[in-house]
Write a protein that binds this ligand. Structure first.
Ligand code: HEC
Length: 127
């Protein structure tokens, strides 16, 4: 029996990974259609940790994507961003769009470019 349970667990987790890859790949296609050639996870990490006149993504999300964050203004706990510890991340295209818009405006005082968003997603999906 335990063999079957192992197989089932393996199957379910690979399905979850496939679903994740699906939404991120969909977003990347969307950004490619806006003219982006290739994506760079290093640049995504740079966006995550960069300081922009005293504001940064890590101010709310915490320095480590696999740990909980705390909202800079409201103090509310924010669940980890890393899909490896929080499987609810990067599975909802509308949610990703909504928060990129709000958070980039708050952090950078402008919207993120398609390049920045793609770089960020290819970095985050490996976390
Ligand atoms: C002022 C606080 C704050 C800052 C700064 C912030 N975020 Fe967020 N972010 C949130 C909150 C709140 C949520 C939604 C709650 C949740 O999903 O746990 C969220 C969710 C997200 C999501 C949705 C992920 C998903 O699939 O669930 C993305 C993507 C994101 N943030 C990216 C960024 C990036 C990139 C930066 C820096 C440019 C950033 N955030 C800076 C507060 C912030």
């Amino acid at each position: 029996m335990w063999v079957n349970r192992w197989l089932l667990a393996g199957l379910l987790s690979s399905l979850a990974i496939t679903a994740n890859a699906g939404v991120v790949d969909q977003k990347l296609d969307q950004y490619r259609a806006q003219g982006v050639d290739s994506f760079n996870p290093e640049a995504g990490y740079e966006l995550w940790r960069s300081d922009n006149n005293g504001r940064s993504c890590t101010q709310c999300h915490g320095a480590k994507p696999d740990s909980v964050g705390r909202h800079a203004k409201t103090g509310k706990v924010i669940k980890p961003m890393a899909p490896s510890v929080n499987p609810k991340r990067l599975i909802d295209s509308k949610k990703i769009d909504k928060w990129f818009l709000r958070n980039c405006k708050w952090t950078l005082k402008r919207e993120c470019t398609a390049q920045e968003k793609g770089d960020f997603l290819v970095w985050l999906r490996e976390q």
